[in-house]
Design a protein around this ligand. Structure first.
Ligand code: HEC
Ligand code: HEC
Ligand code: HEC
Ligand code: HEC
Ligand code: HEC
Length: 301
């Protein structure tokens, strides 16, 4: 090849690499502020006020801070002491892929920083530094974009591809005026969508992690016995509040109580030392049936 052509080819390759890098960089946050801005749920409140406040009251909205102890133990005891494995983004995603999916878009350094914040927030609880760490971590959770973008295509990633930046995936495909383009995806209405997180995480290194066994019993207990409801049928009845085991009303809905009473006369005429030899002890056999009306084993965790 002519030297000038080789130079041109090299330049082209260099430009292509630069272009590829800039795409990757556009989707990688180096600071927590950048990461939060990338998936800013506060913007949704302006037009979806009611849904936003329901979500704020949900466990999804505090999915990191409510689980600090477990995550700190994983980082500071499991990784650091028991397995002597350095804290990396891949390790942290073994928790945060489900508890804060946005962290998939953090740089390696930022992910490690988030891991350290988790340890600080737990170990320095109550001190100014600990409170600051928890306030920062509150910005990471299972937010609007977690479900309507990041995890939206996860049920069939090979078929649907990666979710497009800023696009909202929803049940009908209704656009949000000029603010967002929407894509209709019935996937969000399937139990398989929820089971991505309420199920098993397969880490790239082959490890599998599950916090709860609920989706297993949904599939093998409830569906197998003829159950026909989806997770959404039972858990979206109060909108985006997603009530579960922390909600007394939902717990009551999950339990059925039936009593069968069989009264009988105990030892009639056989009791000695009483005035009337025909006396008997009034007795009853009471059988209590506690039914599980949830779509899976309860309690779970
Ligand atoms: C496959 C997704 C997934 C992964 C991975 C995951 N979790 Fe969870 N975690 C959940 C879900 C879903 C719940 C809520 C379960 C429930 O209420 O039945 C939960 C609940 C918890 C809770 C209880 C929270 C509470 O409010 O009582 C703790 C603690 C916790 N996880 C810690 C961790 C830690 C530590 C890791 C990493 C080692 C981790 N999780 C990895 C999905 C996951
Ligand atoms: C845990 C996952 C999850 C989170 C978090 C979540 N959504 Fe949803 N959302 C869903 C699912 C599932 C549906 C579809 C419900 C159906 O039709 O069965 C839905 C439906 C919707 C709809 C259309 C139907 C309706 O109820 O009006 C809007 C709008 C919406 N979500 C906005 C939001 C906003 C805004 C946030 C953040 C404040 C949010 N969602 C957070 C799962 C989620
Ligand atoms: C400027 C107003 C506005 C903002 C901001 C906005 N939306 Fe919407 N959105 C709408 C309108 C209008 C619709 C269509 C009518 C409806 O479903 O309420 C809609 C529809 C939706 C739907 C249903 C889509 C479907 O498939 O039916 C979802 C989900 C949704 N928005 C999520 C979000 C999320 C998440 C955010 C924040 C990132 C957001 N919206 C921000 C106005 C807005
Ligand atoms: C991105 C991961 C993710 C997705 C997707 C997801 N969840 Fe969750 N969900 C969680 C985590 C993590 C928790 C635990 C949060 C905590 O304890 O603070 C949780 C908590 C809950 C709870 C509250 C449990 C309680 O203890 O009260 C219910 C109910 C729930 N999810 C139902 C659903 C349903 C239904 C869907 C599907 C529409 C869904 N979730 C989708 C991660 C997810
Ligand atoms: C037939 C209705 C029904 C179906 C279907 C159903 N659930 Fe539940 N779920 C309940 C009820 C009722 C409770 C409260 C019972 C309790 O925790 O004592 C509950 C509790 C939960 C909890 C809290 C568990 C705990 O121990 O605190 C989570 C998380 C949850 N469900 C998620 C899901 C997911 C994910 C699916 C789909 C794979 C699903 N549910 C399917 C009715 C249902």
């Amino acid at each position: 090849m002519h030297p000038a052509l080789v130079r041109k080819k090299n330049l082209l390759i260099a430009l292509l690499i630069l272009f590829a890098c800039s795409i990757a960089q556009a989707r990688e946050a180096k600071t927590l502020a950048e990461l939060v801005a990338m998936f800013d749920d506060k913007q949704c409140a302006e037009c979806h006020g009611e849904i936003y406040s329901q979500w704020q009251g949900s466990w999804h909205a505090k999915a990191v801070n409510s689980s600090l102890k477990g995550m700190r133990n994983f980082i500071a005891v499991g990784l650091a002491k028991e397995w002597q494995t350095p804290l990396t983004k891949a390790q942290l995603l073994k928790c945060l892929d489900c508890h804060a999916p946005a962290v998939n878009f953090a740089s390696e350094e930022l992910a490690v920083e988030i891991g350290e914040l988790i340890v600080t927030a737990f170990e320095e609880k109550g001190s100014a530094q600990g409170v600051r760490a928890a306030e920062t971590l509150a910005k990471l959770n299972v937010g609007c974009y977690s479900c309507h973008n990041i995890k939206a295509n996860g049920v069939a990633p090979g078929l649907r591809g990666a979710p497009a930046e800023k696009v909202i995936y929803g049940p009908n495909g209704d656009d949000g005026d000029d603010f967002h383009q929407s894509v209709a995806s019935s996937d969000l209405q399937t139990s398989a969508f929820c089971m991505q997180c309420h199920g098993v995480y397969h880490a790239p290194d082959g490890e599998t992690i599950q916090c709860n066994t609920l989706s297993g019993s949904y599939r093998h207990g409830y569906l197998a016995a003829g159950g026909s409801k989806s997770c959404q049928d039972c858990h979206l009845n109060k909108g985006h509040l997603f009530p579960g085991g922390h909600d007394l009303e939902t717990v009551k809905e999950g339990l059925g109580l039936r009593l069968e009473v069989a009264p009988y006369q105990h030892l009639p005429g056989q009791i000695t030392g009483v005035k009337n030899p025909a006396d008997w002890v009034p007795s009853a056999v009471i059988t209590a049936f506690v039914d599980n009306r949830a779509g899976h084993r309860i309690p779970d965790g």
